[in-house]
Design a protein around this ligand. Structure first.
Ligand SMILES: Nc1ncnc2c1ncn2[C@@H]1O[C@H](COP(=O)(O)OP(=O)(O)OP(=O)(O)O)[C@@H](O)[C@H]1O
Ligand SMILES: [Mg+2]
Length: 224
């Protein structure tokens, strides 16, 4: 048995709001090992993005803990956390998170630059992942020159560029037509099967849910 890439126990998130505390997430336990795909489902407002932000180490839980590679994220220094994000994580935010002044290719290149990958390897990998998401022809266009679905696919290419151990993707097919949604689903499953990528993906896509290792359904922030 390999140790899980990602483990969460008793995970919860309460937001303080002017109207009082809002429990967005409670009592979530999960584990994802290399090559596994965990699908997170649930209605709008069920807590999917709240959970994924915690798993992607972009937010801190108010209860429980997130463990990546056996390391409790909450106990890591800022530097160790930055190293973990750079070396192990790929994140596809629900809102894409692209840099507006950079082309598609330059956006995909950012995490490779952060890792100090050589120029030749950077260029090759950028071309490869843009090809995988069907955007080879659009490499030079900025986000505002791309459709929503094309921007979404740039975000997926960027997250996969460094060959992360763990991919956290928030509704990565929400903006895509059936053909491109299928292409992205096939890509994520292939990365898991062939490269051991551990995947957590929030989605309403029945095709992806049917092919997942496990499905976690949330209702009002709790496992349903
Ligand atoms: N920063 C915040 N402050 C207060 N409440 C929040 C905050 N972020 C999320 N919430 C609340 O937490 C709940 C879960 O939100 P979340 O964004 O996780 O849902 P979701 O399942 O991702 O929905 P969708 O499918 O629409 O993306 C909602 O009730 C939301 O209002
Ligand atoms: Mg969401």
């Amino acid at each position: 048995m390999t140790d899980p890439v990602l483990r969460a126990t008793g995970l919860g998130r309460v937001f303080d709001t002017p109207a009082g505390p809002v429990t967005a997430l409670a009592d979530v336990d999960l584990e994802v090992s290399a090559g596994e795909v965990l699908v997170v489902r649930g209605a709008s407002g069920a807590g999917k993005s709240t959970l994924l932000a915690l798993l992607a180490t972009l937010d801190r839980p108010t209860s429980g803990e997130v463990v990546v590679d056996g390391q409790a994220v909450g106990s890591l220094s800022e530097q160790r956390l930055a190293d973990l994000r750079r070396d192990r994580l790929g994140v596809v935010p629900q809102s894409f998170g692209l840099i507006p002044v950079l082309s598609a290719a330059e956006n995909v290149e950012v995490p490779l630059r952060v890792r100090r990958t050589s120029v030749a390897r950077r260029d090759a990998r950028v071309a490869e992942v843009l090809g995988l998401v069907g955007l080879a022809e659009h490499a030079g266009q900025r986000p505002d020159e791309l459709s929503g679905g094309q921007q979404q696919r740039v975000g997926i290419a960027r997250a996969l560029a460094t060959r992360p151990a763990l991919l956290v993707a928030d509704e990565p097919t929400a903006q895509l037509d059936a053909v491109n949604a299928r292409r992205v689903v096939d890509l994520l499953l292939a990365e898991a099967a062939e490269h051991g990528l551990a995947v957590v993906v929030a989605t309403h896509d029945d095709d992806l849910a049917a092919r997942a290792t496990r499905v976690l359904t949330l209702a009002s922030g709790r496992p349903a």
